[in-house]
Ligand binder design. Structure first.
Ligand SMILES: C[S@@+](CC[C@H](N)C(=O)[O-])C[C@H]1O[C@@H](n2cnc3c(N)ncnc32)[C@H](O)[C@@H]1O
Length: 243
């Protein structure tokens, strides 16, 4: 967790601004994946909630559900708390947990779990612990939703622009590149730039260790726990886990 926390402490402001672009397509895909989930089955866990972009989507998709938003990084959690506190509907339904997912005091029964843009932070051992916990807690008709995005194998990704966002006089932009890092991971190198009137104010890169796996590997990991996975929105890499 230390490396992850350091990564987000360094990049948090850019994550807060730039990840919203990805959510323009993720939001409808997650909404579809949550369709019909029974809010009475138990709380929905937003694992690694970040600034709460997904928490808001879960809240809109399931207007009667209780949400447990788990976010270990203090900088991102502050943005999450501000988002929740500013919205009376979220205030009434969202509990923010300041811990990592595997250490979170989750209830015995949960109705769902959402892990968007998160699962690569979990090693194969962490995932095994997570699937065991999910198998124990997930309501019979419950659902977990996560996304897998390329690469799903340890492959090189050339530097690719992510998004750019203009806030007042300043423009935030970022690009991402990946290199293989062993048998089951890549190192993402994220490069961020802040400009004002065409002048660069800040520019830096940060590296993040990211575990990669295919939907087929996921199915193989889940099966011993009595869980199965089906594909949701393919363009968004949505995976829906049920009993
Ligand atoms: C790329 S951000 C995605 C945030 C949010 N889910 C979204 O899509 O807007 C990844 C998030 O996972 C969180 N994270 C990393 N490791 C975690 C762990 N072990 N338990 C819970 N959250 C974790 C990070 O702190 C960060 O907020």
């Amino acid at each position: 967790m230390d490396g992850v926390t350091r990564f987000y402490d360094r990049t948090g402001e850019f994550v807060a601004v730039l990840l919203g672009t990805a959510w323009q397509a993720l939001a409808p895909a997650l909404t579809d994946a949550l369709d019909g989930l029974d809010p009475a089955a138990g709380p929905v866990v937003d694992a690694g909630a970040g600034t709460g972009l997904g928490t808001r989507v879960i809240g809109d998709a399931l207007p009667d559900a209780e949400i447990l938003a788990v976010e270990p990084d203090r900088a991102l959690r502050t943005a999450l708390l501000a988002r929740v506190a500013a919205d009376p509907d979220l205030c009434a339904r969202v509990t923010v947990l300041d811990t990592d997912l595997l250490g979170a005091p989750l209830p015995e029964r949960i109705g769902g779990l959402v892990a968007m843009n998160v699962i690569g932070h979990f090693s194969p051992g962490d995932r095994a612990t997570l699937w065991a916990s999910l198998a124990q807690r997930l309501a019979p008709e419950g659902r977990a939703v996560l996304n897998l995005y390329p690469p799903t194998r340890p492959e090189r990704v050339p530097a690719t622009p992510m998004s750019q966002v203009q806030l007042g006089r300043r423009r935030y932009s970022g690009s991402a590149a990946a290199e293989p890092a062993g048998d089951d991971a890549v190192t993402w190198e994220m490069s961020y730039r802040l400009e004002e009137d065409g002048q660069v104010l800040t520019e830096f890169s940060a590296r993040d260790h990211w575990h990669v796996f295919t939907p087929e590997q996921l199915a193989g990991e889940l099966a011993p726990h009595g869980l199965r996975v089906t594909s949701g929105d393919a363009a968004q890499g949505i995976q829906v886990i049920t009993r």
